[in-house]
Design a binder for this molecule. Structure first.
Ligand code: DMJ
Length: 934
């Protein structure tokens, strides 16, 4: 998401703009003017330092863009680890995330206006010529309507907007004759068939060549779309209409927005995450401000700014009021259920919501923006990046980070609003982390796991469209940019649309929504210009005073500590409701509470226990609600436990020239050999074993002696390979998958099992790499011969250390040297998800357990359940206070479990994975059963 760049003074005349846009512009101005009143707080940053950082951003952009153009173009994206283009169909499918790729040189189009913002006008001119010469929009490929709109249509329109601006200035682009706009129009017409539904909500996918209906289209059978997918079109479609005079685009986008507004849940004024495009029924009824909904809200407010239509502001304000009432629990933003908005639908947040503080700045609501931003910053300080999802007690929930720009965006807008140099320091940290952890020789690689520092072979186009714009603008002074950024609005992909469009081609038929909604009161017309005297009442330390109480919110958080138990606030005196993670089936008091909540406990023959809730059997409606939440938490806990029980991934880091630790590969662990999480990392040069499969005594022991042997998977047991290379004197082994094209991006990691015999004799560490990751090492050997790697459970810091570090004089030296580092990092690591989290683009947003409206059932195996909180506490509570409490809980749970032999727990001797798998099967079965009953 993005907000408007800024504006002019309250009440001052604004050329080319209608009176309504003056209102929006003045709001932004009032925030910006705070810059000049700043006198204290974080030390101001000198102009030189700001310029230095701005130049660093330029250099980073050149590295990303240059490598894309050199090694990937005309492909859609760069694969920065293998240094080549990602061409859809030629790489293993990554599911929904590939729907952004339409074989239309996505990254180039998405980067167009960034080039101008970064003052690279010549490169922009060349890039536009390339787009006009090379890009084909008529490919037989099924793409996401949402992604194509925000990235490609938005990219073309942003490029056009700045091309005409440059042409008018008289130096560059003199040859330009609206060619980008013509392409945008062509693309707009290609997207229109998606709107052929009775509701007017677009299908989520379209075939660029064949549209929706034709059999060759291979799409058009979908029934659902996400709210953001249907509600994030108006800026691009209206701009297209106004630039070209073809009103149809704006009309279609308006119709979709009108339909979503009609379908909002009327008592809460919230919208769900997914909706049926034919019936308009909410499919997922959870509601937040992150994945699946985010830019719907953003576009309501910005549509008002760009188009001046009051109905968009009314709608935005109505939703905003609901968000602040139910979802905002400063500093947290937590999803709720649209019908029961006092009930949290999740105990975790996703990274996409990091745009929200920026939107709050545009709205003029600075305090909660500062609070949420500060909380997010602390999560970043802990993990270097914002993980795709993190829990309310700030543990990593999904460890990926695809270099998303939302936090940088909010940082920029908060800096504009407050003028507080603190936000410049935040930006500096973002730059440092990107260079330290994500930069690879061929671009910037997404983080596969923020805890291990491992990479994914992926650099999304939004990284160039958004990240570099916001970081550059953060440090830029007005004179560093060749045009007035405040004459433009940023789309959700940070493309620039000129505000003068508001007064151009306005002949679109609109619904007069204002009169329709009689329940709206004056607060829905919250147009007042935020006054800096009120926002920062004579106090330049305003922002700092809001951040101060939150300074240690992440480090000091105890599990469950931060989440507000809503019921506590309005049922004073009553005991807080039972939380799933506290539940012990041996505790009679807990059993009593369960009964009150309508939850019954079923002891299965195999010794496990299942929980079933029948809301009608609850003592009261409040108890029924508590029961519903308890069951949801239990389901979430079970899936979390399943992930957490799996062995964490490991990292293979290439540390020799020219990689210097910048390439980190996700590796699978072994159930035998040296445990890298408990012991020490192993560093050494690599050598291929002969025979390559390692299934017999090596014929080249001199080559692998003292090195890390590379062995191919297959033909014998992993343990046998390990013994053979160990006997040849190898200090570690990397097994490379023989299944060509396999990658940890697409296949779940697994642990290499032993051979059923005693494997204590294997003492070297063994890791597994899929073929794609393995070939990165093999290619490096081909090119550089001497390739040194580090095997560990977490990537070690990149250069400058690694660049200057001498190769260890002996194996022991190297291991001793790293032992200390590994101890400290393993304390931070926490539990690692083995499964790849689902991609969180709005087309495939993070899953959450959707609360059922009625009865719900969960299977639970209390022995695991009791043991897990202790594990969680152990890994998350870093301060003494929390640890004490956790220990008490752990002790209590252990004692009570032991003291009650009558309750049968999980089957003795059954592996934990099997128990959890059973447990999840039970949950699914019960959910099905409940559905059938209904
Ligand atoms: C971008 O493509 C857009 O900002 C979109 O609205 C959601 N987020 C991605 C980047 O994270």
């Amino acid at each position: 998401m993005s907000a408007a760049g800024g504006g002019r003074g309250c009440g001052s005349p604004v050329p080319q703009r209608a009176p309504w846009s003056l209102v929006a512009a003045t709001a932004a101005f009032c925030l910006v003017s705070a810059t000049s009143v700043w006198t204290a707080g974080a030390a101001p940053m000198s102009r030189e330092e700001k310029q230095k950082l701005g130049n660093q951003v330029l250099e980073m952009f050149d590295h990303a863009y240059g490598n894309y153009m050199e090694h990937a173009y005309p492909a859609d994206e760069l694969m920065p680890l293998t240094c080549r283009g990602r061409v859809r169909g030629q790489e293993p499918s990554r599911g929904d995330v590939d729907d952004a790729l339409g074989k239309f040189s996505l990254t180039l189009i998405d980067s167009l206006d960034t080039l101008v913002v970064l003052n690279k006008t010549k490169e922009f001119e060349e890039a536009v010529r390339k787009v006009l010469r090379d890009v084909n929009l008529d490919n037989d490929v099924v793409v996401s309507v949402f992604e194509t709109n925000i990235r490609v249509l938005g990219g073309l329109l942003g490029g056009h907007s700045l091309a005409i601006m440059l042409k008018e200035k008289g130096e560059y682009m003199q040859w330009y004759n609206d060619e980008l706009l013509q392409m945008a129009k062509q693309l707009g017409y290609k997207l229109l068939p998606a709107f052929n539904t009775t509701s007017g909500l677009p299908y989520p996918r379209i075939n660029l060549k064949f549209g929706i209906r034709k059999p060759e289209a291979r799409t058009g059978t979908e029934t659902d779309t996400c709210t953001a997918c249907a509600g994030t079109l108006i800026l691009e479609f209206a701009a297209l209409s106004r630039f070209t005079g073809a009103t149809i685009f704006e009309e279609y986008a308006r119709k979709a927005l009108d339909f979503l507004w009609e379908k909002r849940q009327r008592s809460s004024n919230l919208v769900g995450v997914t909706i049926n495009i034919h019936t308009g029924d909410w499919v997922r009824k959870d509601s937040g401000v992150g994945a699946g909904i985010d830019s719907y809200y953003e576009y309501l407010l910005k549509a008002y700014v760009l188009l001046g239509d009051d109905s968009f502001l009314e709608r935005f304000n109505t939703h905003y009021d609901a968000i602040m009432r139910y979802i905002s629990q400063p500093p947290l933003l937590l999803d709720v259920h649209i019908h029961k908005p006092m009930l949290n639908a999740r105990t975790w947040m996703d990274a996409l919501l990091a745009f929200f503080p920026g939107l709050q700045v545009l709205k003029g609501d600075i305090r909660p923006a500062i609070e949420t931003h500060e909380m997010l910053y602390q999560v970043i300080k802990k993990h270097n990046f914002l993980p795709e999802a993190f829990t309310t007690d700030f543990r990593v929930h999904w460890a990926q980070h695809p270099l998303r720009p939302e936090f940088a965006e909010s940082t920029y807008f908060l800096y504009k609003a407050t003028g507080d140099p603190y936000y410049l320091e935040v930006g500096k940290t973002l730059i440092e982390n990107l260079n330290k952890y994500a930069r690879v020789p061929c671009g910037f690689a997404a983080m596969k796991d923020v805890r291990t520092g491992s990479h994914e072979d992926r650099m999304d186009s939004f990284f160039l469209a958004e990240m570099f714009k916001y970081l550059y603008l953060l440090f830029a002074d007005k004179e560093d940019i060749i045009f007035d950024i405040e004459d433009y609005i940023f789309t959700t992909e940070a493309h620039l649309l000129p505000l003068w469009l508001s007064t151009t081609n306005q002949n679109i038929s609109k619904k007069n929504t204002t009169s329709e909604y009689t329940e709206l009161d004056d607060s829905n017309f919250d147009w007042t210009c935020p006054n800096t005297q009120i926002l920062f009442p004579n106090d330049p330390l305003y922002a700092q005073s809001i951040r101060e109480p939150l300074k240690n919110v992440v480090d000091k958080s105890c599990p469950r500590g931060i989440i507000r138990v809503r019921e506590e606030s309005f049922r004073s005196g009553a005991k807080p409701p039972l939380r799933a993670r506290d539940f012990m089936a041996t505790n009679p008091e807990h059993l009593e509470i369960l009964k009150k909540m309508g939850v019954s406990l079923i002891h299965l023959k195999d010794g496990r226990v299942q929980l079933v809730q029948h809301a009608v059997q609850a003592a009261s409606s409040i108890d029924a609600e508590d029961g519903l939440r308890f069951m949801q938490e239990m389901i979430e806990l079970s899936s979390q436990q399943q992930k957490e029980q799996q062995l964490p991934p490991r990292a293979v880091q290439i540390v020799s020239h020219p990689f210097f630790g910048r390439v980190v590969l996700t590796a699978g662990p072994a159930q035998f050999g040296l445990d890298l999480s408990k012991h020490k990392e192993t560093r050494g040069f690599v050598a291929s074993s002969k025979p390559y499969n390692g299934c017999s005594e090596l014929t080249n022991p001199e080559a692998v002696m003292g090195k890390i042997a590379l062995i191919q998977r297959g033909q014998c047991m992993f343990a046998e390979k390990a013994r053979n290379i160990q006997n040849a004197g190898a200090i570690g082994g990397i097994v490379i998958d023989d299944n060509e094209g396999s990658s940890s991006d697409t296949a779940p990691l697994f642990q290499m099992a032993g051979d059923g015999k005693d494997t204590d004799d294997i003492q070297i560490p063994m890791l597994f790499l899929f073929s794609k990751e393995g070939s990165i090492i093999l290619d490096a050997i081909r090119e550089y011969e001497e390739v040194e790697v580090l095997l560990s459970d977490k990537a070690k810091d990149r250069d400058p250390d690694l660049e200057t570090e001498e190769p260890p004089s002996s194996e022991n030296d190297s291991q001793n040297q790293s032992a200390e580092q590994i101890v400290s990092s393993s304390q931070e690591v926490g539990l690692v998800d083995q499964e790849s989290p689902e991609e969180s683009s709005p087309n495939s947003h993070p899953e959450s357990s959707s609360p059922a409206d009625t009865d719900i059932a969960a299977g639970v195996s209390p022995s695991e359940q009791n043991s897990n909180p202790a594990e969680n506490h152990e890994t998350t509570s870093l301060d003494g206070e929390c640890t004490d409490l956790d220990n008490q809980l752990q002790e209590q749970s252990e004692t009570e479990e032991d003291s009650n032999p009558n309750i049968s727990w999980g089957k003795k001797g059954q592996p934990i994975d099997a128990i959890l798998a059973d447990w999840n099967e039970d949950i699914e079965a019960f959910e099905m059963m409940e559905k059938d009953e209904l």
